[in-house]
Design a protein around this ligand. Structure first.
Ligand code: PLP
Length: 220
């Protein structure tokens, strides 16, 4: 099942779109099935769970942290994480920079954009994002590299609303790429989950974060 889903997604996704297999709340045995089917990029959203799984999985897995990251937990994932999707404050970016520096690393990050009509979602509003990028501090942090944006659409059946949110995100992403000094590294747009990734790809996603369609309903 899992291996068939991985194979189907790999053959279906356009070139240039990376599949992040979202494995939160699934056991390592399930991750290994995906790994054996050729999947190397895994996304987790809880620090403790990620650290535990990283110790058990093969060393060539690329771990993406996709959830809300608390500043006091950055140190646990800084030694190995390959991409942090949901940076939602300058304070968090500074902490990632500090912890990456301690490990002698430079960590790739995405800024989370908040467009969804849900109070609970984290992230920058478009105005906050513009203000952050206009200020120069992010560009002076030597141990982080901002590669692009991440967003979660409103959880709704209204495909047109989802499409509008993804399109707005892509517009902001393009606008930033044209204006940000480190433009050469501005190349990642993370949007789309099991129920809305086809729309996200149509609207320019380069990373899709898919859990349920691969692993089924989340366990424990
Ligand atoms: C859990 C999660 C996903 C995956 O959701 P599915 O609906 O299971 O595909 C994607 N992105 C984030 C940020 C998540 O927390």
């Amino acid at each position: 099942m899992i291996s068939e889903q991985i194979a189907a997604l790999h053959s279906q996704l356009p070139a240039g779109v990376t599949l992040v297999a979202v494995s939160k709340y699934h056991p390592v045995a399930a991750l290994l099935q995906a790994y054996e089917a050729g999947q190397r990029v895994f996304g987790e959203s809880h620090v403790q769970e990620l650290v535990a799984k990283q110790a058990l999985m093969p060393a060539d897995v690329q771990w993406h942290f996709i959830g809300h990251l608390q500043t006091n937990k950055v140190k646990y994932i800084a030694p190995f994480v390959s991409l942090i999707h949901a940076v939602d404050s300058l304070r968090l970016l500074r902490e990632i920079d500090k912890q990456a520096g301690r490990c002698g690393r430079r960590i790739d990050c995405l800024l989370e954009l908040h467009l969804a009509q849900e109070e609970t979602k984290y992230g920058f509003t478009p105005d906050e994002l513009t203000a952050l990028l206009d200020s120069d501090e992010w560009a002076t942090l030597p141990h982080v590299r901002i590669r692009g944006l991440m967003t979660m659409a409103t959880y709704t059946d209204d495909t047109e609303q989802i499409r509008r949110e993804f399109r707005t995100t892509h517009d902001l992403y393009r606008h930033a790429r044209d204006h940000v000094a480190a433009a050469s590294h501005w190349d990642m747009l993370s949007m789309g989950m099991s129920h809305d990734y086809p729309v996200a790809i149509e609207e320019g996603a380069t990373l899709v974060r898919i859990g349920t369609s691969i692993f089924g309903q989340r366990q424990y």
